[in-house]
Design a protein around this ligand. Structure first.
Ligand code: SF4
Ligand code: SF4
Length: 220
């Protein structure tokens, strides 16, 4: 981080990130898309380069340990219609490896929103869909068993791709992590997400520059 950011209290950093999300979210996506982080990296050393191996090692742990990773991309702001630039750049950059791990890995189950359940039931029949799900009384909703019964292991594809649940369509995006609620986050289990996290580590230099700029303005 720039020297101005050293010794900054966690609460202040949290406020800066919030302010940055309100003021800089659109411009920072544009800078990242245009590769301006490369110019900044030439000007000063950055942890994404200095600690590259250490960071990569942490990221790779996602293959076996469940956790989410924050990305240097702004999450949607529910109060602004034009705040989907971060999500757009995510999908422009993300390259699914079609490994199918998100579909056939055994797990607790995949929650279906009511509209997911109705849409899929229309296609496969309500009775059959219920046999592929379990009803969760706590959340009052249907949960699709995992490994997913709709994944075709031979063809390596989803049999209901065009009507798949919302959670699948958004994957590997997960809700933002608690400590960094203004940024997009991904499930570290997905190999393509881990690659994207590695590729975009240096994008944080743009965020950090923005935070430092806002901090010095606040101190003036
Ligand atoms: S785990 Fe990730 S890379 Fe593999 S199919 Fe799912 S989204 Fe694609
Ligand atoms: S519904 Fe389709 S995309 Fe979703 S987990 Fe099942 S096979 Fe994968």
């Amino acid at each position: 981080m720039p020297s101005e950011m050293n010794n900054i209290a966690p609460e202040q950093l949290f406020r800066l990130r919030k302010l940055c999300h309100q003021l800089c979210a659109l411009s920072c996506v544009d800078w990242k898309r245009r590769g301006l982080h490369n110019e900044l990296l030439k000007q000063r050393p950055h942890w994404s380069v200095l600690k590259r191996d250490e960071e990569f090692c942490k990221i790779e742990q996602g293959e076996t340990v469940p956790f989410d990773i924050a990305l240097p991309l702004p999450a949607r702001d529910p109060n602004r219609l034009d705040s989907d630039q971060g999500v757009k750049l995510f999908w422009e950059t993300f390259k699914c490896q079609h490994c199918g791990k998100c579909c056939y890995t055994p797990g607790a189950g995949l929650y279906l929103e009511a509209h997911d359940f109705d849409r899929i039931a229309e296609h496969v029949g309500k009775k059959r869909l219920k046999t592929l799900c379990k009803y969760d009384k706590k959340i009052k909703g249907w949960v699709l068993k995992q490994p997913c019964p709709f994944y075709d292991l031979e063809k390596k594809e989803c049999n209901i791709y065009y009507i798949r649940p919302q959670t699948c369509a958004k994957y590997p995006l997960h809700p933002p992590v608690k400590e960094i609620p203004y940024n997009l986050a991904v499930d570290a289990f997905c190999p393509a997400a881990r690659e994207l996290v590695k590729e975009t580590l240096s994008w944080w230099i743009i965020c950090e520059n923005n935070w430092a700029r806002l901090l010095s303005r606040m101190r003036e």
